[in-house]
Design a protein around this ligand. Structure first.
Ligand code: ADP
Ligand code: MG
Length: 390
């Protein structure tokens, strides 16, 4: 166990950690913090829920020089929700010291954001698109940036942000430190790292630290027409503290949310077609425990930390097993137990096989399992790459 007092951190940072009740460092924090404090570039691979945000926020806040003006640390994240969550975490860690944190995100009033930027910000969190708008309009200067953080780098790349990231990094012509956090290591990350990082330290956290290990994975075999009925029965029986129900499309989200609302009340939904301020309201209310069931597309599946989610339901299994991992990671957050229940129909059996290969487990069924014949004859997965709005 590594105590935070073992790192060379100022009393103001230690005090803030005490306030949020962080007693010992998580494994990724224990290895990353010394490297970051020493000014080295790092690539940290660790599963969701392992504490990557604080692994970065703690040394970043430590390094902020309150006497300097200009943005000293720039954090790039894939989604607006994640930007807000990240800035809340930096705010907590830097509160006692007086670090000023701000998030520029799409969908919010640009002139207000510009005014805030001019009032002095030490740590800036941004989604790539909005940051580039600001760079083009010359409403932001990155000349004082000493550290750039790419959080959920694999997700940013899979969302098509490669060129945007390249552009932003190229705007930083002066010496700086680059920190890259990711759950997986696709080729594009290696490429980005080779081009823009200085001999990065690769920190790969062992699978035993994988928070998915704390998660119970269960499967329910059903037919398409029974999905909603089975879901409602499970919510009734399992009585989750809070649950996220992942759906495939916006339309499906709204349909399922309507059904659950009629049956239980206590339900809201989240997808990328909603106005930004509404998405924020829903996210905050859910985090504060103001309702129990959140029906969502994958907008909510990445990086967001809802610490009281006891159950995740996957209404429809995706053919991409990585998506399963990210959805499942919304429960079982740091040292808590969680359960993921996936509804599987016959045509999703081949997708299920991919998930099980990734989890290195056999499926545990909470229903009559499919016959071995059905599993053997499962239809090939649908073609990838069909566009679907999340
Ligand atoms: P990741 O980015 O790796 O998915 P997060 O940074 O979102 O994970 O952290 C997951 C949860 O763990 C958050 O609720 C956070 O407050 C909590 N957490 C992080 N570090 C610690 C710590 N040292 N002690 C206790 N809780 C922690
Ligand atoms: Mg994270």
């Amino acid at each position: 166990m590594t105590e935070f007092s073992e790192f060379s951190l100022d009393a103001s940072i230690l005090k803030a950690l005490e306030k949020v009740d962080y007693k010992t460092a998580t494994p990724v924090q224990a290895v990353a913090i010394p490297h970051i404090l020493a000014g080295r570039d790092i690539i940290a691979l660790a599963q969701t829920g392992s504490g990557k945000t604080a692994a970065c926020s703690i040394p970043i806040c430590q390094k902020v020089d309150l006497n300097k003006s200009g943005i000293q640390a720039l954090v790039l994240v894939p989604t607006r929700e994640l930007a807000l969550q990240y800035s809340a975490e930096v705010q907590k860690v830097g509160a006692v010291k007086g670090v000023k944190v701000f998030a520029v995100i799409g969908g919010e009033d640009a002139s207000l954001q510009r005014a805030k930027l001019n009032s002095g910000v030490h740590v800036l969190i941004a989604t790539p698109g909005r940051l580039i708008d600001f760079i083009y309009n010359r409403s932001i200067s990155l000349n004082a940036v000493e550290t750039v953080i790419l959080d959920e780098a694999d997700e940013m790349l899979s969302m098509g942000f490669y060129d945007d990231l390249e552009f932003i990094i190229q705007c930083l012509i002066h010496e700086h430190q680059t920190l890259l956090f990711s759950a997986t290591m696709p080729k594009a990350i290696t490429k980005l790292a080779k081009l823009h990082m200085k001999d990065p330290e690769e920190l790969v956290l062992e699978r035993k630290d994988d928070s998915l290990g704390q998660i119970d994975h269960r499967f329910l075999y059903c037919t398409h027409t029974r999905r909603t009925i089975d879901l409602k029965e499970m919510l009734e029986d399992l009585n989750p503290t809070q649950a996220i129900i992942f759906c495939h499309s916006r339309i499906q989200v709204e349909q399922v949310a309507r059904e659950l609302k009629r049956e239980f009340g206590d339900t809201d939904y989240l997808h990328a077609g909603m106005a930004q301020n509404l998405r924020q309201v829903v996210t905050n209310k859910f985090r504060q425990g103001k309702f129990r069931f959140l029906v969502a597309t994958d907008v909510a599946s990445r990086g967001l930390d809802f610490s009281n989610v006891s159950h995740v339901f996957i209404y429809q299994l995706s053919d991409d097993p990585c998506l399963y991992v990210h959805r499942a990671g919304r429960t079982g957050r740091y040292n808590k137990k969680g359960m993921v229940i996936t509804l599987v129909t016959k045509r999703e059996l081949s997708s299920l096989n991919k998930v099980m290969a990734l989890l290195k487990q056999d499926p545990v069924w909470i229903s009559e399992p499919p016959s071995s014949q059905e599993r053997a004859s499962s239809s090939p997965p649908r073609r990838k790459g069909r566009s679907r709005k999340r």
